[in-house]
Write a protein that binds this ligand. Structure first.
Ligand code: M6R
Length: 357
């Protein structure tokens, strides 16, 4: 039920702080320790490499998840687009663990990979919003996203839930391996929840930005470095699928290798600046595109902001910025689609779950 909301997408964007709190509650025991299936813990500890398989937005969550697992749990991770995996199957490690990320748990491209790797005898963990789904039933283990039903075709709360659960999984594995961590995922996710709330309260600001930057444009580019780049590809997917604006996410450092040729007078360029490590680099990229006429909109994080930034997100742990910086991008896509009279919840040519290969 949409309740008072005009669209499911807006409702689902707004639900994200609650989903964060639900995840904290579900993955914590009475002693405030992480609560995870012992078998999953063992599988994570035993594997020598993780292969994340997913499509669309879930693939984008996987890109961020790779960073969590590599940085915190020190296990090498490869992230693969499900539909491409079979054509160029990588050489597998000795003890691979396959992690399927899927909101619906019904994506046929991912299922095809699951069938194949099961034939090879490899273990699989599915991270899904639908525990009884095909990918969940057919894998050895399941982690639930607890995001509640996601109805809008554009995935929003499932994406942030996927990243939250991946962060918890990474920390749990790190602890099981006896690694020393100063990162407390539950405390940091609680801060993320509050930051999300602050952002969903700023809809009018984002609506204005959508009007100023995207009302008539045919295309739009998102640029970022490091984690911000992964959120850029997600922000671009959101915008293209519901507003039909041709949108792409690019790594800031790649601009000079070709993309900058596309910038002309008035081209909207949305830049993310939430990582101190790459702040200098992305700021130079913004200057480069502005010098070529781009209409640049910078979304930065508190502490790294500059006076000319269009939008500043509250400060959260650097590892978790993607869960927060995506919120204004989701809202930007929503309002851009709305202003163009697009069918926000049911964009043309798309289905909520893609059950054909
Ligand atoms: O249900 P899944 O997470 O497996 O779906 C994967 C993609 O089809 C899905 O994320 C798609 O890209 C969304 N429409 C993006 O908003």
């Amino acid at each position: 039920e949409k309740g008072t909301y005009p669209h499911f997408m807006l409702k689902e964007i707004d639900e994200q702080p609650f989903v964060m709190r639900k995840i904290i509650q579900e993955y914590q025991d009475e002693n405030n320790d992480l609560k995870l299936d012992e078998d999953i813990r063992a599988a994570m500890k035993e594997c020598d490499r993780i292969y994340i398989i997913a499509a669309g937005t879930s693939y984008h969550a996987g890109l961020v998840g790779k960073q969590f697992i590599e940085k915190l749990a020190e296990i090498p991770v490869e992230v693969h687009v499900a539909s491409e995996f079979s054509y160029n199957m990588p050489l597998l490690s000795e003890k691979p663990l396959f992690v399927f990320i899927s909101q619906s748990g019904e994506t046929a491209d991912s299922r095809a990979v699951l069938v194949k790797i099961k034939e090879l005898g490899h273990p699989a963990l599915t991270i899904t919003n639908v525990p009884g789904s095909t990918l969940s039933r057919e894998a050895n283990y399941t982690l639930n996203l607890y995001a509640g039903p996601e109805i809008a075709v554009a995935s929003t709360k499932a994406y942030t839930a996927q990243m939250a659960v991946l962060a918890i999984l990474a920390v749990d594995t790190a602890r099981a391996k006896g690694l020393e961590l100063s990162f407390d995922p539950m405390q940091e996710l609680a801060i993320v929840a509050s930051a999300m709330e602050a952002l969903t309260d700023q809809k009018e600001t984002v609506e204005e930005l959508a009007r100023d930057y995207l009302a008539t444009s045919r295309n739009a580019f998102f640029i970022g470095r490091s984690t911000d780049y992964y959120v850029c590809v997600e922000g671009a997917l959101k915008l293209k699928e519901i507003s039909y604006i041709q949108a792409e996410g690019f790594a800031g450092g790649e601009l000079k290798h070709g993309t900058i040729a596309l910038i002309e007078e008035g081209t909207p360029v949305i830049a993310l600046a939430t990582q101190s490590e790459v702040n200098y680099g992305i700021r130079s990229n913004v200057q480069e595109v502005v010098a070529r006429g781009a209409n640049a909109m910078v979304v930065s994080m508190k502490g790294l902001e500059q006076d000319t930034d269009a939008f500043v997100i509250p400060e959260v742990h650097e590892l978790l910025t993607s869960l927060v910086s995506v919120v204004p991008l989701q809202l930007l896509a929503y309002y851009a689609a709305l202003h163009r009279d697009c069918d926000v919840d049911k964009p043309r040519n798309l289905a909520k779950s893609v059950t054909v290969e």
